[in-house]
Write a protein of this length. Structure first.
Length: 141
């Protein structure tokens, strides 16, 4: 037995992309940046920023698609999941966070620190499959 749990607090880097799967379940994807001020780039002296690919399913995906916007600060609880896909005959790996909880720490149109909302249930449907092929991008996100 093991534990696969991730907690992130960061800023949304892009407006979410939502779509309905053939089963009717909603899928929503967006990116979140976390910055660690104590780890700085040797050349620039800038704090290190890590980008995380977030995936939400079902009702949580619907809520994220409606309320999450670029620049918002969010709290995410979820699980790490690595997917594989093939591109030009090469196997590629893609890591994402399957969100179980998304809490809005800032409003869509305002600064951090107010108007938060909490949304929870999210799990991939049976027709989610083990891989997501690239739509028109190099990375399937």
């Amino acid at each position: 037995m093991g534990i696969n749990k991730v907690i992130l607090v960061g800023n949304v880097g892009n407006d979410p992309e939502s779509r309905a799967l053939p089963s009717g379940t909603t899928l929503c994807k967006f990116r979140v940046a976390t910055t660690e001020p104590r780890f700085k780039d040797r050349e620039t002296g800038e704090p290190h920023t890590e980008w995380h690919n977030i995936v939400a399913w079902g009702k949580l995906a619907e809520i994220c698609g409606q309320y999450v916007r670029r620049g918002m600060q969010v709290y995410i609880e979820g699980r790490i999941r690595t997917r594989t896909y093939e591109q030009d005959g090469q196997k590629k790996y893609f890591t994402e966070i399957n969100a179980d909880v998304v809490e809005f720490l800032s409003r869509r149109d305002g600064p951090a620190g107010g108007g938060g909302g909490r949304s929870t249930p999210s799990s991939p449907p049976d027709d989610a499959g083990g891989t997501f092929p690239a739509d028109n991008d190099d990375v399937p996100f």
